[in-house]
Design a protein around this ligand. Structure first.
Ligand code: UN1
Length: 518
């Protein structure tokens, strides 16, 4: 192992001499499929992780059920106190975990640390929530009656997370699910197993110190088979899935067919719209971060840019300058702004998108070629592509160029005359995650956030498409799956609601004045 990698893994006590156990349900195990963790920047194999066998998976699900039966009766504020300790334990390892995210996922250092911070933030939120998950008292139409709406713990919540946020998205789910009194079972992306092992070690340490069964926060690493078995299990009450539209469609159908609950966070095809009155000194850097930050691998990344014709040439020349200065570098180096794609397959997705653009005679303002010899030699085994800006011939919302999410740094640009046109383009795709308008004119803002405005789940003004805080509910509409996670009212999905009508009187009247006396 390179010294670069062993320093990061050593700081989190991840053993690399032998295979890393990838199942935790109170004890560590793993005798199923072996997965390799590969560093996207260099191609180095970081570790081999042993996933869950079918028997281990079923045992873990059973342990989760048992853990739920214990945990649901722990008072919510006490669950909050455990979350507070988890928050402290994560914060104590913020830099180490951030570095592991950089090493294994490939995002740059500040974003890796920021991702841990997002987990810390949602844990804080959930500590407060643990004293505020209130039901309601509803006025009854019957004398001497009262109606309560009562939230109770749900059961086992499975979290299937993606490679691009290998820590934070689990954090959003775990924090709410734990506050709500559930057992949570994590099936992470098979290509970021070490992040999930490191986080689970930290969380399980807190649970063990508090005498809480470890399976309250279980882990099952594995490939497609493990994911499918989790999704199919009758013992899993809710499945929270983050990933592609295609897999999400399958997950949704399977969970629905057994009448489980499902929460979907699928693709984004996010647009930024820049009006002629926008402050370009703010808008250009924001679009730059939205499009090339995380090497275009956020579900909230900016993929489409609609520029008012009056500012388009000035905007593009400033944006191109920033692209041209961008250097690829080791994501662990604090000076690096641009890291690799996560997998070899992603390089192929980028190349096909570029081919598709070329086939349609799009103009490529930046990118399209590989780095070749411009890449430092230590990085040549990694998955690198030049970020691209393309101006397709026209906006054809039926074409794959505009309709599909390319999970790579490819930004498609078009110009418009009227805001209504840009909003129609913004809304005219299957996805509905994030959107961003740049303007100083309050009349545009009113249109944008109103009924005829953006139909996405995230509708920003003078703020880019990516980088949401945890306080509001996060999620998207349409083919993004309508799921909401993190803040706002998202917690209400992690409980079962009961409507309880109580009769304190000496009569038993029927509602709606129905009379039924024999
Ligand atoms: C994702 O890309 O799956 O808003 C989540 C953002 C981050 C979360 C992105 N807070 O960009």
């Amino acid at each position: 192992l390179s010294s670069r990698a062993s320093a990061v893994l050593g700081a989190l006590d991840i053993p690399t001499a032998q295979e890393v156990p990838g199942v935790y349900d109170g004890t560590w195990a793993g005798s199923g499929e072996v997965l390799e963790s590969v560093c996207p920047a260099t191609g180095e194999v970081l570790a081999r992780v042993q996933g869950a066998s079918p028997q281990e998976l079923q045992a873990a699900i059973e342990k989760s059920r048992e853990a739920y039966h214990f945990f649901r009766s722990v008072p919510a504020p006490r669950r909050g106190e455990i979350l507070r300790q988890i928050r402290e334990a994560l914060a104590a390892k913020r830099d180490e975990l951030g570095a592991l995210i950089s090493l294994e996922m490939g995002k740059i250092r500040t974003e890796g640390v920021g991702e841990v911070q997002e987990f810390v933030d949602i844990a804080d939120y959930a500590v407060g929530l643990s004293r505020m998950m209130n039901g309601r008292v509803v006025a009854s139409e019957r004398p001497g009656h009262s109606i309560l709406e009562v939230p109770n713990p749900l059961g086992v919540v499975a979290v299937l997370s993606a490679f691009n946020f290998p820590v934070a998205v689990y954090g959003w789910n775990l924090a709410l699910s734990m506050a709500a009194g559930n057992a949570t079972l994590w099936k992470p992306s098979p290509s970021t197993p070490l992040c999930s092992v490191a986080v689970t070690k930290i969380v399980s340490g807190v649970l063990e110190r508090n005498g809480i069964p470890g399976a309250v926060a279980g882990l099952v690493i594995g490939g497609k088979d493990v994911g499918e078995a989790v999704v199919e299990s009758e013992h899993v009450t809710m499945v929270s899935f983050t990933g592609s539209e295609n897999v999400g469609r399958q997950v949704g159908k399977v969970v629905q067919s057994r009448f489980g609950k499902v929460l979907l966070e699928l693709g984004g095809n996010n647009a930024s719209i820049v009006m002629p009155d926008a402050d370009l000194s703010l808008a250009v850097p924001a679009v730059f971060f939205g499009a090339v930050g995380t090497a275009g691998q956020r579900c909230t990344s900016t993929r489409r840019l609609f520029l008012h014709q009056d500012i388009a040439p000035a905007f593009l020349s400033r944006l191109q300058d920033m692209y041209n200065k961008l250097q690829p570098g080791d994501p662990l180096d604090p000076a690096t702004l641009y890291g690799p794609l996560h997998t070899r397959a992603a390089v192929g997705i980028y190349s096909s998108a570029i081919e598709r653009l070329r086939a349609g005679d799009a103009e490529l303002l930046c990118g399209g070629a590989s780095y070749g010899d411009d890449l430092p030699s230590a990085l040549r085994g990694g998955h690198w592509v030049r970020p691209a800006i393309a101006v397709p011939k026209k906006v054809d919302l039926e074409s794959d160029v505009w309709r599909t999410e390319t999970f790579a740094p490819v930004l498609c640009v078009a110009t418009f005359e009227r805001l209504e046109q840009a909003v129609a383009w913004n809304n005219g795709v299957p996805q509905g995650l994030s959107s961003s308008l740049w303007t100083r004119d309050i009349r545009n803002v009113g249109k944008w956030i109103g009924p005829a405005g953006s139909d996405a789940g995230i509708v920003n003004v003078n703020v880019g498409t990516s980088g949401a805080e945890i306080g509001a509910a996060f999620g998207g509409n349409k083919s993004t799956g309508w799921g909401r996670e993190s803040g706002g009212d998202a917690w209400k999905q992690y409980v079962r609601w009961s409507a309880c009508t109580l009769n304190f009187s000496d009569e038993a009247p029927l509602a709606q004045g129905v009379s039924f006396s024999a």
